[in-house]
Design a protein around this ligand. Structure first.
Ligand SMILES: [Zn+2]
Length: 480
């Protein structure tokens, strides 16, 4: 804000529209700094600030605790217009207070939470009312106990361990100890409304960089945890990373939109083979962002899976850092294609991952038969099966650890049936066979005619569906 007089006017106007309780002088000075974008460390609650630094993750030239807290440059510009906004200040509880700025133009809101008149993050306010479970690397918070389960927690902790093992040369023992002690925070939201309240967004999940917290509607959101973990490994970070790497790494480890990495990278193979997306189209940040995320994220996920499996962790990290930049550089950032090692190694990798499962020679060796499905071994290779299944939804493997859990996906698949602690479900439809992990509330494996140039699922004369698979998990589940 350049015009101090204009600012004073706006402040007066806005304060007049307050429904405020005890709108003190220090309050209006803080509001002044908020709308000018001049917040400082002194405006932050010291406990909140310390909590933001608990994992030793930093961003150059940035007060980490203010990431996502401050108004954006666009919002600050909006506030320069007369009558552009109103502010409501409410005492909410004991020493807590909420400042809500409403932008008149589009009725968008931005909320600030204060404790003893100093800023904290919205999530840290909501966390204090939630139930809490401490695990090895993660501190879970939730308002609805039925949305937390131990299997999902074990899954995430072991995925974190796997990630840290890959980059073990770059993380000291002390840092691991610090992570185990201070932990990543993880809020499991009970509804989209709760998500909106805590983060201001309607999204399945988000990683909050200010206080190293994942907020998700599901209990197994490794994608968002990956965003925090790589920054933990790097330690002193640039604020922006090219999405090829930032999102590609998160997809390679955590999948996307409630789908496992394998389901996403499988779709990328098809998209690439059929020219729906190419590497050239995702090299620049601008062209990346102008395309459908289901294409760009998938291809980036496949690329990062390749780079991680083919390159050394050191080479991968230096690539990730090379394309991490300050905010001003980011919009015009482009990846040099030569850096992606799309050479004979890539061709070998691609050939391996895209190898079709279909085998024309069927063994008739029946492994298991029920009234709903039959499993055959193909070619006695012990690693490929032909499965014939009746259309429908089937649940498998009840687990006591899920007794008090409420699976979101189960509720969507079988809305009129009571969930009984099953770990898996298979949905068999004409063009799609989907394996769900109900404990993780995500799609683990999927065979889809829509993402294949050959007919993977065929309908037999008796109405049953037939498909081949080399997925060990699906066989283990249904042959049990
Ligand atoms: Zn992401």
């Amino acid at each position: 804000m350049k015009n101090g007089i204009g600012l004073a006017l706006i402040l007066l106007i806005s304060i007049c529209t307050l429904n405020s309780v005890n709108h003190s002088g220090s309050d209006s000075l803080l509001i002044n700094r908020i709308i000018e974008g001049n917040l400082t460390e002194n405006d932050l609650n010291p406990d909140y600030s310390a909590n933001c630094n608990r994992l030793g993750i930093y961003y150059y030239n940035t007060n980490k605790a203010l990431i996502g807290i401050e108004l954006t440059a666009e919002q600050i510009d909006l506030l320069k217009v007369k009558n552009a906004y109103s502010i409501v200040s409410q005492k909410i509880k004991e020493e807590y207070q909420k400042l809500t700025i409403t932008f008149n133009q589009d009725k968008q809101q931005k909320t600030f939470f204060l404790k003893n008149e100093k800023i904290i993050s919205p999530d840290s306010y909501y966390k204090k009312e939630m139930k809490k479970v401490e695990t090895e690397y993660i501190r879970f918070y939730f308002s609805d106990s039925e949305r937390y389960n131990q299997l999902a927690s074990d899954f995430l902790n072991s995925e974190i361990e796997r990630f840290l093992n890959i980059f073990s040369d770059f993380v000291t023992k002390d840092r691991i100890a610090l992570l185990k002690k201070n932990k990543i925070d993880y809020i499991i939201c009970s509804s989209m409304q709760e998500m909106q309240e805590i983060t201001g967004f309607q999204t399945n999940g988000i990683a909050l960089l200010n206080d190293d917290t994942v907020v998700s509607i599901d209990p197994s959101h490794m994608h968002e945890i990956t965003h925090l973990l790589i920054n933990f490994v790097i330690r002193d970070n640039q604020l922006y990373t090219h999405p090829i790497f930032q999102e590609g790494l998160a997809v390679a480890f955590g999948g996307r939109s409630g789908r496992s990495p394998k389901t996403i990278t499988d779709s990328a193979i098809y998209l690439l083979q059929n020219g729906f997306i190419s590497f050239d189209e995702i090299l620049s940040v601008q062209t990346f962002q102008n395309q459908d995320a289901s294409l760009t994220y998938a291809l980036s996920g496949l690329l990062n899976d390749y780079l991680l499996k083919t390159n050394s962790p050191a080479a991968y990290l230096s690539l990730y850092k090379k394309y991490s930049v300050p905010p001003a550089v980011f919009p015009n950032l482009s990846v040099n294609k030569n850096d992606l090692s799309l050479d004979s190694n890539w061709e070998a990798y691609f050939k391996k991952v895209s190898k079709p499962v279909t085998d024309s020679v069927f063994s008739t060796k029946l492994l298991k038969e029920t009234s709903d499905y039959r499993i055959f071994l193909i070619n006695n290779t012990q690693d490929k099966w032909r499965i014939v299944i009746k259309k429908g939804v089937y649940c498998f493997l009840k687990d006591n650890r899920l007794n008090n859990y409420r699976s979101r996906i189960f509720g969507e698949l079988l809305p009129n049936t009571k969930y009984n602690g099953q770990r898996y479900a298979i949905k068999a439809e004409n063009d799609e066979i989907i394996l769900y992990s109900l404990d993780l509330d995500r799609i683990t494996y999927m065979i889809s005619n829509g993402f294949s140039n050959t007919l993977l699922i065929r309908e037999l004369p008796d109405g049953f569906l037939e498909f081949e698979t080399d997925n060990q998990e699906i066989l283990k589940i249904i042959s049990n």
